[in-house]
Ligand binder design. Structure first.
Ligand code: FE2
Length: 381
């Protein structure tokens, strides 16, 4: 395996940030059945169903469930009609991520600054208003059919968006949360040769910088390879790794994704926890399916040589198939779920950072071999 790359520090002389981003506002999924998807996220992952918007609240042809867990907000959206962009999206991609929305101070300015620099406009600045105040949104596109919505919500006091009402069912005991705290990063898969295009896109239109770069030498197994560049905003709160497949003996996991998603899209959303052992134990008990890691990964001597001493017990990590890696700033613990819909496309990562700013380079090989075993089971390797 390669040496762990050092994450560069953002350039202190960088020009003034023209797109100050406060946070990930929400991640919106377009799904075939939002009601069932909402309960899947609630029962298995511990999200709380907070809001609902649909025919009963005055939205005629679509339904939207708002789910929250600490600082993570998911919106699950479905169409009630066949002839809508949502249905077309689901027909083509299966359930998937449509929108990685970003909280900004000024959605109008964000739209103007990014589109002036070449971002593809999706929605002009739009004001949404109800008795709880004013909210402004605008959107630009990124890879595939994925978009970024800029959300300005300083003047809004409501639940989430106009039209959403608190969701409640009498006597429903919502399952407890599982300790998931915030969105750590969102990874996109793009076609071979397109990685550089989107690296440029994020640099040029959003002022992101290339925090890390992995070549196919860094990320390869006996059978397949991929390349990845991580784009981040100035304070690294928003991190978007972008993967593209590289030449290999067999079909890479990225190619499998691109085939089943019918194009570029979000591969995984990494959700952070402060206590990965408790979180993963709970998730497993609830029925979340994770990638299985071979026992050899937990060879105590090899692991100690690679990551040094860590707080957590290796026995616990081995029992739960949690991976560990170290970089110059600290270490991290991570684990990957199986795809969360029928197609082998989107999945979640659970991550605990103990100082580390990178993404688990030392685990890439073990991880990709685990994915390839699953690909082989699906007949796609
Ligand atoms: Fe990740």
């Amino acid at each position: 395996m390669p040496d762990t790359p050092t994450a560069p520090t953002p350039d202190v002389d960088a020009p003034e940030d023209f797109l100050p981003i406060k946070d990930t506002d929400y991640v919106e999924f377009y799904v075939g059945n939002a009601k069932q998807a909402a309960h899947y996220c609630a029962q298995l992952f511990g999200f709380q169903i907070r809001g609902y918007r649909g025919p009963e609240t005055g939205t005629k042809d679509t339904v939207h469930y708002l789910l929250e867990q600490n600082d993570i907000r998911f919106v699950l959206t479905a169409s009630l009609r066949p002839d809508s962009p949502i249905s077309t999206h689901v027909h083509r991609h299966g359930d998937g991520v449509k929108d990685i929305a970003l909280t900004v101070g000024d959605a109008t300015q964000s739209f103007e600054e990014t589109t002036r620099r070449g971002a593809t406009p999706v929605q002009e600045p739009t004001v949404h208003e109800d008795e709880n105040g004013i909210l402004v949104t605008s959107s630009i596109s990124t890879y595939g059919d994925t978009i970024h919505t800029f959300v300005e919500r300083d003047e809004y006091d409501g639940l989430f968006f106009p039209g959403f009402e608190p969701w409640s069912i009498d006597d429903w005991a919502a399952p407890p949360t599982t300790g998931l705290q915030y969105v750590d990063h969102c990874v996109g898969n793009v076609h071979e040769g397109d990685m550089e295009t989107y690296v440029e896109y994020y640099a040029q239109t959003m002022g992101f910088y290339n925090m890390l770069h992995f070549t196919d030498q860094d990320i390869s197994t006996e059978y397949s390879a991929l390349m990845s560049k991580v784009m981040a905003n100035g304070d690294e709160k928003i991190k978007f790794p972008i993967n593209e497949p590289a030449e290999g003996k067999k079909k890479s996991q990225i190619e499998e994704y691109l085939e089943y998603y019918q194009g570029a899209g979000v591969q995984h959303i990494a959700l952070a926890t402060d206590d990965i052992i408790t979180t993963v134990r709970t998730l497993r008990r609830r029925g979340v399916d994770f990638l299985q890691i071979p026992d050899s990964y937990y060879d105590r001597e090899v692991l100690r040589d690679r990551v040094g001493s860590i707080e957590e017990s290796i026995d616990d990590l081995e029992e739960l198939s949690i991976l560990v890696d170290r970089d110059p700033d600290g270490y991290l613990l991570q684990i990957f779920t199986q795809p969360v819909q029928d197609r082998p496309t989107v999945f979640f990562e659970i991550i605990q950072r103990e100082g580390a700013r990178t993404f688990g380079t030392g685990n890439f090989k073990a991880l990709f071999e685990a994915i390839e075993r699953e690909q082989a089971r699906r007949g796609n390797l």
